[in-house]
Design a protein around this ligand. Structure first.
Ligand SMILES: [Zn+2]
Length: 259
């Protein structure tokens, strides 16, 4: 089989899982069953298979419900597309390996958890604590990984933010860091290992500051408005296993010097 075929398959899997991600993001915080057929939130018409094809259905229906013409958010196809790109990127970087399988599980559920954090400012324990367990078990089973690297990653991830949260609470006399973020970083450590923690903390802080400034300048939002931190951690962890940040920074810094 040509390599392009596998790329296509991973993209397709990513799209299908992305479609399911939309269901999880919507229903898990409301503790609804994830099994029943999807239906339009406005007119309650159940959505047939032909209207449930990732991205294509949304384009075909021009972003509106077939029955009541209510607008369907652009976010649905966007999440499907992002999931597809995520799957292909992991395959591109790691090929057919145990680690690809582990990363797909981690990245997919971290992606879903990040969106739930965007919507509700919570990171459900099912994802973070469940992810820690799966991360450690994966490290035991996967010959490409070192169990102690995962264990110390988990401990440092959990411990580092716990310390920040504790000191923050002492200084500000209120909760400075959500417990969900601590568990998320522990989860990241259990899958990506000890070295990923400092990287994730630094890059997520950088992204967070950048995001805060953009919000301040473009949307005139106050820096005091609460922003979920989970998505920054997740994006930073994705950068850790997908991109070569030092090279990118160098490229970025030297770019203006070129004619
Ligand atoms: Zn409808």
């Amino acid at each position: 089989m040509p390599l392009e075929f596998y790329y296509f398959c991973f993209f397709l899997f990513g799209l299908i899982f992305g479609s399911f991600a939309n269901v999880l993001i919507l229903r898990i915080p409301q503790e609804q069953s994830i099994v029943p057929r999807s239906h339009c939130p406005k007119c309650s018409h159940s959505i047939g298979w032909q209207d449930n094809i990732p991205i294509l259905s949304w384009l075909w229906l021009k972003g509106k419900c077939r029955h009541c013409r209510t607008k369907i958010s652009f976010r649905y196809p966007l999440i499907e597309l992002m999931s597809g790109v995520l799957f292909v990127s992991i395959f591109h970087q790691y090929g057919f390996s145990y680690y690809t399988f582990e990363l797909l599980i981690f990245a997919y559920f971290a992606f879903v958890a990040a969106w739930i954090d965007v919507d509700h400012m919570i990171l459900p324990d099912v994802f973070t604590l469940g992810g820690c367990v799966i991360g450690l078990v994966g490290a035991m089973l996967n010959p490409e990984r070192n169990f102690y690297d995962a264990l110390f990653g988990l401990l440092l991830g959990g411990g580092f933010f716990f310390l920040i949260a504790y000191v923050g609470e002492l200084i500000y006399k209120r909760e400075a860091m959500g417990g969900g973020d601590i568990k998320l970083l522990a989860w990241i450590g259990s899958v990506l290992g000890l070295n990923s923690i400092m990287y994730t903390v630094a890059v997520s802080a950088f992204i967070g500051v950048f995001f805060g400034l953009v919000r301040l300048v473009l949307f005139r939002k106050s820096l005091r408005d609460p922003v979920p931190y989970g998505p920054f951690l997740v994006i930073a962890s994705f950068c850790y296993f997908l991109c070569d940040i030092p090279t990118m920074v160098q490229w970025f810094l030297f770019l203006p010097l070129q004619p």
